[in-house]
Structure formats: structure tokens, C-alpha cells
Design a protein around this ligand. Structure first.
Ligand code: PEP
Length: 247
């Protein structure tokens, strides 16, 4: 079994942050045996400071999105190479908030994932169904299509992580049952093998959506769960540490 990845997603939070939470997390992890890979993905303006704050520690700095191109006339965007130059080693792509508020399609997400690879970053490619899709019994169909469209075959053999994030579980306090999580993760594993061949067997599949200290252990020990993508509970080092310790 591979090491879990526990990745934080700060989203558009951290205004005025002095990165004390990131330093506290890094310092605490230094003092204990490594249980998991740990990452903090921050807004673009914080990535460089985040990377400096965690340099030399077990915490990996990451971005929350990137453009598919290296540079050009894309006002307001940031490229994977820019994130790498700022010190990031990972980047989230295809988060449901990007898919919903920025109209990102599977094809766009796939291009961003390839851009991450080009820049030497590990993409965390997010997929997940809406509540309406789950209630219509379409969760597996939706997630299978998202994997087929968002995970290009050319990623086989390079570092890549997938996150299953049911849209209805993000920031709501709701989570699927453990059997529901396992069912989707098993389907994602099969879809990844279809997309990437044998390499698909080694891709970590994170669960994301209202992961908290109280539910982390059960979720992290479910079949085919290779870690967690954590939003709200990644903002406080004490909460995030408890999730890391549950891995
Ligand atoms: C997320 O946005 O990726 C997420 C999982 O958020 P939360 O943990 O707050 O539900």
C-alpha cells in the first residue's frame, strides 16, 4: 500500500495570513514520524511565501489551479511553470468550484493536468457528482466520464493524484457513507486503469468533502482511499494535524 497524501486546499482564504498555521503544521510534523505525504495548496499570491515557510520540512507547497499555457495573453491566469517557479510542487486542477464558477470542462482540466506535468508539478485532478446526479443514480456514470475526459493517457508514469469530491459534500458537513465512498473509489480505480493502463493501479485516489478530525480515520481507512483533500479543516494546523495523524 502506498503512503497516503493529505492535501489542504485553502481556497480563497488566507487574506493577511502570516503563514503561522503552515509553520505550526510543519514544526509539529518535524517532531513525529512521517505517516503521510502532506501538502498545503494556497491562493496564488501566497504560494511563494508558503513554499518558503515549509522549505526543508515534510510539507509540500501547492497551487489551486493553473492555466494550460506556459505564458501569454491570459489576463488574471497563472501558469504551472509560474507556480513551479514560486516553489510549488503540486497543483489542484478541476476542482468543482472551478468547473462550476469558471465553466471548466473535462478537456480544459485534462489540458491543465498536462501543463502541470510539463512544469514538473504533480496534478491533483478532481472529479465528483452533484447531489442531483447522485439522487438520479448517476454518480458512477458521471465520475467515470470525468476520469475518461480529465485524465489523459500521457500522464501514465508521471506523478498524478486524483481526488473524488462529491460536490454535495464540499463545505456542507455532509459525507457519503463509507460503502458509498468505497464504491466510487473502486469505480475510479477501474477507470484509471482504462485511462492509464497499469500505471492507473498506482495512482492515489483521495477523498474530499467535509473531512474533519472526527471522520478522518474511518474515511482514510476505507478501501481504495489513498488520502484526503481537505478544505475548511486545513486552515487550522491543529485540525489538519489530527487528520494527518489519522492516516
Ligand atoms: C474542498 O474544497 O476541496 C473541500 C474538500 O472542502 P471541505 O473540506 O471544506 O468540504
Amino acid at each position: 500500500m502506498t503512503t497516503h497524501l493529505i492535501a489542504g486546499n485553502w481556497k480563497m482564504n488566507g487574506l493577511g495570513a502570516d503563514l503561522a498555521e503552515a509553520s505550526a503544521l510543519a514544526a509539529a510534523l518535524k517532531a513525529e514520524p512521517a505517516r503521510a505525504r502532506v501538502a498545503l495548496c494556497a491562493p496564488a499570491t501566497l504560494v511563494e511565501r508558503m513554499a518558503r515557510t515549509v522549505v526543508g520540512t515534510a510539507v509540500i507547497a501547492g497551487g489551486e489551479d493553473c492555466h494550460a499555457e506556459v505564458s501569454g495573453a491570459f489576463t488574471g491566469d497563472i501558469s504551472a511553470e509560474m507556480l513551479a517557479e514560486a516553489g510549488a510542487a503540486m497543483v489542484i486542477v478541476g476542482h468543482s468550484e472551478r468547473r462550476t464558477y469558471h465553466g471548466e470542462t473535462d478537456a480544459i482540466v485534462a489540458a491543465k493536468a498536462l501543463a502541470a506535468r510539463r512544469a514538473g508539478l504533480e496534478p491533483i485532478i478532481c472529479v465528483g457528482e452533484t447531489l442531483a446526479e447522485r439522487e438520479a443514480g448517476r454518480a458512477l456514470e458521471v465520475v467515470n466520464a470525468q476520469i475518461a475526459g480529465s485524465v489523459p493517457a500521457a500522464l501514465a508514469g508521471s506523478p498524478v493524484t486524483v481526488a473524488y469530491e462529491p460536490v454535495w459534500a464540499i463545505g456542507t458537513g455532509l459525507t457519503p457513507t463509507t460503502p458509498q465512498i468505497e464504491e466510487v473509489h473502486q469505480a475510479i480505480r477501474a477507470a484509471l486503469v482504462k485511462a492509464l493502463g497499469q500505471a492507473g493501479k498506482g495512482v492515489a485516489i483521495l477523498y474530499g468533502g467535509s473531512v474533519k478530525p472526527a471522520n478522518a480515520a474511518e474515511i482514510l481507512h476505507a478501501d481504495e482511499v489513498g488520502g484526503a483533500l481537505v478544505g475548511g479543516a486545513s486552515l487550522k494546523a491543529a485540525d489538519f494535524l489530527q487528520i494527518v495523524r489519522a492516516a
